[in-house]
Each structure stands twice: as C-alpha cells, then as structure tokens.
Design a protein around this ligand. Structure first.
Ligand SMILES: [Zn+2]
Length: 237
C-alpha cells in the first residue's frame, strides 16, 4: 500500500510535464485611454518610459488601434481555445485606461505562458508606409537572455504565418531593446504589427471581418507551430 501511494504521488508530481495544456497570453495593445504615467523599462532600470502612448487610428475607417487589436485578439483566442490551448487575455474590453507594460508582462509571467503574444497595428506620418512586421526582445544580459532565442524563433514563425494571412509587404523582424513589456517578460515574447492603419489600403482591409479572421488564424497557426502543436485546427491559411 505504501508503495502504491508512493507511485501515485510520483505520477501526480510528473503529470504536468507530459502533455500539459500550453498557455498563450494574448495582449491586445492599448486600451480606451492612454496612460502617461511612467514605469522602468526593465527590472532595476533608472530609465523610465510612459506606460502607453495610446496607439494609432485608422485613416479611413476611423477605428482606434485599441479596438482593432482587441477584435483580432478575441478571434485568435477563440481559435486557440478550440485548438486546445489555454488562453489568458490581458484585456477583453476597450473601456479603461491602459494598464501599462509591466502589468501586461506580469500577467504573462504569472500564467507561465508558452508564448506572450502582443497584438498591435502600426501608424506612421506617411500614408505610404505599409506592411507587416514582428518585434522581439533584443538580447540584454539579466533581462532578456533567458527568452531571447525562443522569442526570436517565435517571431520568425509568426511573421511567416502573418504574411500569408495579410498579403501585406514583408517588413521583417526587429529586435527592440527598450520595450518595457519585453524587458519584464520571463516567457517568450513577441509583438506583431499586423499592418499600417495610416495606409488607406491596409486600414480598409483590416476593418473587414474577413481580414481580421485571416490575421487571427495566422496568429493561431504561428503560435501552434511555435508550441510544436498541429496548426490545422486554426483553419485554412
Ligand atoms: Zn500599438
């Protein structure tokens, strides 16, 4: 009996390792209101940045970036959950003041995310700026050395799937050293800029349910491929 109990205890202890349900934390960028308070850009840093400048807005659609980010994020959540992933959202409404980026990273860290997926759209002074790109944390000892390689790998995979989804020009990958939400993350972290809301064509496309669903499916596929799970559950490419 004692041996049996020991075996059961051992199985219980081992259980989470094999076949554990992966967690994706989806961070819909911004919120209804910007947050101009400041926070340290990394643990122990004297350099501070504002929590959230508020994001951009669709030049044709008039949609705020916060609304677009959330619409895509909710669709991606539904697809990932259907594929058997546990999803934690940093927000599910666009009604408040942005919580800032340390708070967003903390949600991902506490959830033990297999991927911290940050969803944004871009804006530029020039209406001709366009395309899809994906950002990941630059290498910095003590801050991102533990997540650098995995984040870069996730960025590569998700960017590839996103490009197939949007059909927008490929602006590639960029490593960022001063993103608070990256420097505080202890889990693989990327930030996608799905397109430019200041470009009329991309804004018009991103305002449609069809394109939002394609982008969500691309994010779902990218996340699952990175997590080494079958991506077919996300729907067609
Ligand atoms: Zn943004």
């Amino acid at each position: 009996m004692r041996l049996l109990l020991a075996l059961v205890a051992a199985l219980v202890v081992c259980a989470p390792a094999a076949g554990a349900v992966p967690v994706v934390v989806i961070d819909a960028g911004h919120d209804l209101r910007a947050n101009l308070q400041t926070e340290a850009i990394g643990p122990g840093s004297a350099t501070r940045k504002i929590m959230d400048g508020g994001g951009t807005r669709g030049v044709v659609s008039g949609t705020t970036e916060a609304e677009l980010n959330l619409a895509i994020s909710l669709r991606a959540r539904d697809l990932l959950e259907r594929a058997g992933v546990r999803v934690v959202m940093t927000r599910t409404t666009t009604v408040g003041t942005s919580i800032g980026n340390i708070a967003r990273a903390s949600i991902a860290n506490r959830a033990g995310a297999g991927l911290f997926l940050r969803v944004h759209a871009d804006g530029a002074a020039s209406a001709s700026s366009r395309g899809t790109h994906t950002l990941y944390p630059a290498l910095r000892a003590g801050w991102t050395d533990d997540i650098y390689a995995s984040s870069r790998s996730a960025a590569r995979i998700v960017q590839r799937e996103l490009l197939r989804a949007t059909g927008f020009p490929d602006r590639g990958l960029q490593a960022w050293s001063d993103f608070t939400g990256f420097n505080w993350a202890d889990v693989p972290a990327i930030l996608v800029e799905v397109g430019f809301m200041t470009n009329p064509n991309e804004d018009r496309a991103l305002a449609t349910g069809a394109m939002r669903q394609r982008v969500a499916a691309g994010l779902c596929r990218g996340a699952l491929v990175f997590l080494r799970r079958p991506a077919a559950a996300c729907g067609p490419a």
